[in-house]
Design a protein around this ligand. Structure first.
Ligand SMILES: *[C@@H]1O[C@H](CO)[C@@H](O)[C@H](O)[C@H]1NC(C)=O
Ligand SMILES: *[C@@H]1O[C@H](CO)[C@@H](O)[C@H](O)[C@H]1NC(C)=O
Ligand SMILES: *[C@@H]1O[C@H](CO)[C@@H](O)[C@H](O)[C@H]1NC(C)=O
Length: 435
């Protein structure tokens, strides 16, 4: 089961529409089609009305116009290339059947006649999707790949459809021909099942390893048990748990991650390559609460000190000073606190309940820090020293500014780590009832 935090990144999808080369010629407009005039000052309103009138017909498609049936909507192929801060995944979906597309709610239609562009905003309450998938990529340092059937439920979808057209003049008549078609969407909630992920890697366990302690979900002292458990598993977490596809946490090596922000104080893009982080394994949980009624986890952990050594390249502005260059970055953090809130739900697969992560929020508190970028400004020593001094003199403010970018990466990391357990081990084996 995969969750929205993974897919919720706004993806830009390029859909290849069948028949897009077909130009409609000499067609008498059928009576169900409301005619909107280019000169109409309320052209958008007219089109919105026209689409609403068409909706019942769209369900079965309108063959005269090469408009396919919307129930189900069949899409031959869809390629999603995700290359955001922490996720590099390329997925190809084929033979896609989408149910629920005709229940769209048209929010707005904007037509730019000068640019031959139409932009439509839609809201879809629910979509059910069946397809074949082929996925290859990495979420931070953890590979993800597989091939098989995929099933998904998506709800509260806001979509923006942009159609770029061109005018074609034939027999003195002008036709609007759609050249490009983009869909940009944000999902409210997604629940996706990818069969045969990791190509059905049979090494993955369907239970927690024997050395993991069990806490009973109805234990009145559940928090105490969970905190104790985090201590017991600490040496294993440091080394990694291959049975559950959990990589070593101390040191944690991230092959590549991009941090990017654009606020008044900081405006930069920084790529870290082979970032080695030490100290994460020495966590000390002070709070680890789970509420089985709401499926929400709260946790707070202390870290004595965390260090990072990485190759970097950066370009931008930090605390109004320009910064660019590449080389080695070293950061040392003083005592720090990390807090997590994990929201989830139970979903059924093959008759068993699994915990499905809906959302992970991380917040950090870092007492003090020192850092050094070596190799800034093409090796200009003077500029480099001045910039490093500026950053260190203002480290408290700097930490405050860059925290959101770091917290986003931590949330992705935690999601993927937890999925090692939640996608493989049924809920009642992770937190069994006492009887
Ligand atoms: C999607 O919803 C249907 C109907 O509620 C359910 O049977 C199916 O298991 C769900 N699939 C996923 C992947 O959540
Ligand atoms: C990153 O580390 C890997 C494994 O140690 C190494 O093969 C690779 O060359 C490194 N990449 C860079 C850019 O240093
Ligand atoms: C943080 O502050 C403490 C106390 O002043 C100091 O001992 C420590 O070296 C500092 N750590 C870093 C990483 O700056």
């Amino acid at each position: 089961m995969f969750t929205n935090s993974f897919f919720c990144v706004t993806v830009i999808v390029l859909v290849s529409i069948q028949n897009s080369n077909q130009v409609i010629r000499n067609v008498q407009l059928p009576s169900f089609l409301k005619v909107c005039h280019q000169s109409d000052p309320e052209l958008s309103k007219c089109i919105k009305k026209s689409v609403d009138q068409l909706r019942p017909l769209l369900v079965h498609g309108i063959s005269e116009f090469g408009i396919p049936s919307l129930e189900p909507l069949i899409i031959p192929e869809l390629i999603i290339d995700q290359g955001s801060s922490a996720v590099f995944v390329k997925s190809t979906y084929t033979d896609i059947k989408v149910y629920g597309a005709s229940r769209f709610n048209l929010r707005s239609v904007k037509i730019d006649l000068n640019k031959d562009r139409v932009r439509i905003k839609l809201f879809l309450p629910h979509l059910r999707v069946e397809s074949n998938y082929n996925m290859n990529g990495r979420i931070l340092m953890m590979p993800i790949s597989g091939k098989g059937e995929s099933f998904g439920n998506y709800s509260n979808i806001d979509a923006t459809v942009t159609m770029q057209g061109e005018r074609i003049i034939k027999d003195t008549e002008t036709f609007f021909h759609i050249k490009d078609f983009y869909v940009d969407f944000v999902l409210g909630h997604a629940s996706i099942e990818l069969k045969n992920l990791f190509n059905g890697d049979k090494q993955l366990a369907d239970d927690l390893p024997s050395y993991f302690p069990r806490c009973h979900v109805d234990d009145p002292e559940l928090e105490k048990c969970l905190i104790e458990a985090t201590k017991t598993v600490r040496p294993h977490v440091k080394k990694g748990v291959p049975e559950l596809n959990i990589p070593p946490m101390d040191p944690l090596v991230i092959p590549e991650v991009t941090l990017q922000q654009g606020t008044n104080a900081v405006n930069y893009k920084m790529k870290l390559i082979n970032a080695t982080i030490r100290g994460l394994g020495d966590y000390e949980f002070t709070e680890f609460v789970y509420d089985p009624k709401t499926f929400i986890f709260h946790g707070t952990s202390l870290f004595k000190g965390i260090s990072l050594v990485s190759n970097y390249n950066i370009d931008g502005k930090i605390l109004v000073a320009p910064i660019n260059g590449k080389g080695t970055l070293k950061i040392q953090l003083g005592p720090s606190t990390g807090s997590l809130v994990i929201k989830g739900e139970l979903v059924k697969r093959n008759g068993e309940d699994y915990y499905n992560i809906i959302d992970v929020k991380a917040t950090t508190k870092i007492s003090n820090s020192t850092g050094n970028f070596d190799g800034l400004f093409n090796g200009n020593e003077q500029l480099s020293q001045a910039t490093n001094k500026l950053l260190n003199d203002n480290s408290a403010e700097l930490i405050k500014e860059v925290s959101p970018a770091i917290e986003e990466v931590i949330a992705k990391l935690i999601t993927r780590l937890m999925q090692g357990i939640t996608t493989n081990v049924p809920y009642n084996k992770v937190l069994p009832p006492s009887h």
